[in-house]
Design a protein around this ligand. Structure first.
Ligand code: AMP
Length: 425
């Protein structure tokens, strides 16, 4: 099969690496890709916001399946346009991607199917939103409704912070995404992520993960797209997973099917595990980045088979097999990230080939002759497998010691919570 992968991050490098292992794959293209993806795919110069151009490329190159990595093309309806042109594409339709594209949409699905989630109100004027915030008091959570690249959420510990967040949203800090605001009850507990694959009817559980969103050690500092992750998440026991499938995932898939907008693709549930059981914080409609990197290290099944079964509605016939070991990834970012940072600095020490146990996925790199240059905020995902999270962590940091990139930094404590649990147990 000939595939086209859309995206350029560490998630897409991990997907490309896993797809390249499939005996069914004859050719992999990636648009736009990065220097790491180029090791397993041919990069193509394609404007992926121009759906007609993507369709044209697929026809010219006889693409059998398009795999869409990031959320923006999904929300923009790339999968719908490809399917209308008779080209198979992995990922949800524009309508189903609203589970990620609109927080108010997801809350509506939760109401309809009685899915456990934080209590909320939704508002389209600052006045009403402020009145609600003042009535509820802090702590409280203020969210811009639409896609805001992970920046549209403020967990306000004081009323003043909540009021400022509401004002910022309606003053246009998040553009269109902030025209409507969702205000939520503050949930207490431990966060974890759960990934399932759906074909519109069936939901196949994949795996669990936890990530670190803050930039610095001890989970301090500004929020980022994610500084590291590990899988599995010890907090999500088999019993809790069964509970999440029954009370959250299955009702969601059934509701979207009933509405005539079935969900196909990866459903990524952000969960809060509290005293009263798991509650849904949010959905994403694609693999997480960097969670995908740890999932792909643990996946034993053929990724291409699984993605194709999602597209073709055959997931009831599939299983996903996982290595029992833990996988952990450490994000190396350009100094200054998530604020301003330099691009174009040289990274050395990357030449060791990926093995089944240690892989350096590229998140933001480009090649310049023989040099690999940093080309983004999050630049590398050093990923390793171990018998325990602790062992995986040690292997990842060992690999990092060989990477020579003075302009980069990483956290030194990825996995601390799971490791503490391991040493208790
Ligand atoms: P979201 O973009 O909805 O995932 O929110 C980003 C982060 O804000 C989450 O990963 C949580 O850490 C936090 N958060 C979101 N909603 C809540 C909530 N209702 N209670 C507590 N924390 C939340």
């Amino acid at each position: 099969m000939k595939l086209l992968l859309i995206g350029s991050g560490g998630r897409e490098h991990a997907l490309a690496w896993a797809l390249a292992k499939s005996p069914k794959l004859t050719k992999l293209y990636a648009a736009p890709g990065n220097a790491g993806i180029a090791e397993v795919a041919e990069l193509c110069n394609l404007d992926t916001t121009d759906h007609q151009a993507v369709i044209g490329f697929c026809r010219d190159h006889e693409i059998d399946l398009v795999v869409v990595g990031p959320e923006a093309p999904l929300v923009a309806g790339l999968v719908d346009d490809l399917e209308a042109a008779g080209i198979k594409a992995f990922g949800p339709s524009k309508a189903a991607a609203q589970l990620e594209g609109s927080k108010a949409f997801t809350k509506g699905v939760c109401d309809e199917a009685d899915i456990p989630t934080a209590g909320y109100g939704r508002f389209d004027t600052a006045e009403d939103a402020l009145a609600y915030v003042r009535k509820q008091g802090a702590p409280i959570v203020v969210k811009a409704d639409g896609l805001a690249a992970g920046k549209g959420v403020v967990v306000a510990m004081t009323l003043k912070e909540a009021e400022d967040a509401v004002t910022a949203c309606f003053e246009g800090s998040f553009g269109e995404a902030g025209a409507e605001v969702v205000i939520e009850e503050f949930l207490e507990g431990e966060e974890a992520s759960f990934f399932v694959l759906s074909d519109g009817t069936n939901a196949l559980p994949l795996a669990t993960a936890q990530d670190h969103k803050r930039a610095y050690d001890g989970d301090e500092g500004p929020n980022t797209g994610g500084m590291g992750a590990y899988s599995p998440a010890p907090v999500l026991t088999d019993a809790l997973i069964a509970d999440v499938m029954r009370t959250i995932i299955e009702p969601t898939i059934a509701t979207l099917a009933k509405r005539g907008t079935p969900f196909k693709g990866v459903l990524y549930a952000g969960l809060m595990i509290g005293k009263n059981g798991p509650k849904l914080i949010e959905y994403n409609t694609r693999f997480g980045d960097p969670e995908c990197q740890v999932l792909m290290m643990r996946l034993k099944s053929d990724l291409l088979d699984l993605l194709l079964a999602s597209v073709e509605g055959r997931l009831d016939q599939m299983t996903a097999d996982w290595r029992d070991e833990a996988a952990l990834t450490v994000v190396m970012a350009a100094k200054g990230y998530p604020g301003s940072y330099d691009k174009g600095t040289e990274i050395r020490g990357l030449d060791t080939a990926a093995t089944d146990d240690v892989a350096v996925f590229h998140a933001g790199t480009k090649r310049n002759g023989t040099q690999i240059l940093a080309n983004g905020g999050r630049v590398l995902n050093v990923t390793a497998v171990g018998a325990t999270v602790h062992e995986a962590q040690q292997r990842a940091y060992e690999r990092i010691r060989d990477i020579d990139w003075p302009e980069g930094f990483c956290r030194s404590d990825i996995g601390w919570r799971a490791i503490a649990r391991e040493s208790e147990g």
